[in-house]
Design a protein around this ligand. Structure first.
Ligand code: SIN
Length: 310
């Protein structure tokens, strides 16, 4: 059976439903070009700030069998560099998603205004970086989130999405869903890393990473159930009206299939991309195609949201 892994989000067609998560192999021009040359269905930039940033002190990423912990601290080239690169990146013939962060509210608006002029295909507003010391994740405050998203929406003309942190209570899903509806967010990226976890190395009797006393965002296989729960919760709240990019715990094709069943239209990969490099895209495509074929589905859309409840 021929499987078509393309997907559409906010009116934009993606040749494959797999892409990088903002942060994974997408900081430098070389890495972004690498994504362009790979089988990734899109190029997602590192979340950009006003000034270039070196990020937090190293070691700031640590992988272990269950996943990874990171506290990168938004190392990036600064928005002016990414804005300049966007037209070049678009020449790879796949959507470019500009991930916009900020250290204060006006930053988001300034970055979004300038980046929008370079016509990325979509803008993903990152309200969920857990790794900037002294800066809480905006996505945990509904009022702050609404103010930021409303202002960004007002200055951009390309579809706007938001990357949210994981929520752990239906009341929080519902509150944020109301914000998303009011502002007119056009796609969701769910979820960012599970913030402020702690990984301990018992041999060294030490934390695994240096920043923030060892606290950092968890990613990889261990966070899949949390990611799936957030995808499913928002899918149900919007009854599938707002496209979702599932992020979290996608290590193989079956993981991607589970995200699709929960309601995702596409998926982003982080830990597995860092660990395996861009050849992960081809492997994941093959694995997902095999699962879809075995199940009698011809595309990601065919199984989207079809999770059965007991
Ligand atoms: C980081 O740069 O610290 C990770 C980015 C994020 O979690 O949004």
């Amino acid at each position: 059976m021929a499987i078509d892994l393309s997907t559409t989000i906010a009116g934009v067609r993606f040749p494959s439903c797999f892409m990088n998560a903002a942060g994974a192999l997408c900081v430098t021009e070389e890495e972004l070009r690498g994504l362009g040359l790979s089988r990734a269905g899109a190029i997602v930039t590192k979340s950009m700030t006003i000034e270039p940033r070196f990020g937090n002190p190293e070691p700031r990423y640590y992988a272990f069998p269950g996943g990874s912990i990171n506290s990168m601290g938004l190392p990036n080239l600064g928005y002016a560099a990414y804005a300049k690169l966007i037209p070049t990146l678009k020449e790879f013939g796949k959507p470019v998603i500009a991930s916009v962060a900020g250290l204060c509210e006006p930053d988001f608006v300034k970055i979004a205004t300038v980046v929008n002029e370079r016509r990325p295909d979509l803008i993903e507003v990152n309200l969920s970086c857990p790794n900037i010391p002294g800066k809480p994740q905006i996505g945990y405050d509904a009022e702050d989130s609404e103010r930021v998203l409303d202002q960004v929406r007002g200055v951009i003309t390309v579809p706007m999405g938001v990357k949210l942190p994981p929520y752990f209570d239906p009341a929080h899903h519902e509150k944020m869903a109301r914000v998303i509806e009011r502002v007119g967010v056009e796609f969701l990226s769910l979820i960012n890393s599970v913030g402020n976890g702690l990984v301990v190395d018992p041999e060294r009797e030490s934390v695994a990473i240096k920043p923030k006393g060892g606290f950092g965002g968890l990613g990889g296989a261990m966070i899949k159930p949390v990611a799936l729960a957030n995808v499913r919760a928002f899918w149900k709240l919007f009854q599938g009206r707002i496209p979702i990019i599932g992020v979290g715990g996608i290590v193989n094709g079956t993981d991607a299939f589970e995200h699709l069943l929960c309601g995702a239209s596409a998926v982003q990969i982080g830990t597995v991309l860092v660990e395996e490099g861009t050849r992960a895209f081809e492997r994941l495509e093959q694995e997902l195609s095999a699962v879809l074929s075995r199940k009698g589905y011809t595309s990601p859309a065919a199984c989207r949201g079809k999770l059965k409840e007991l």
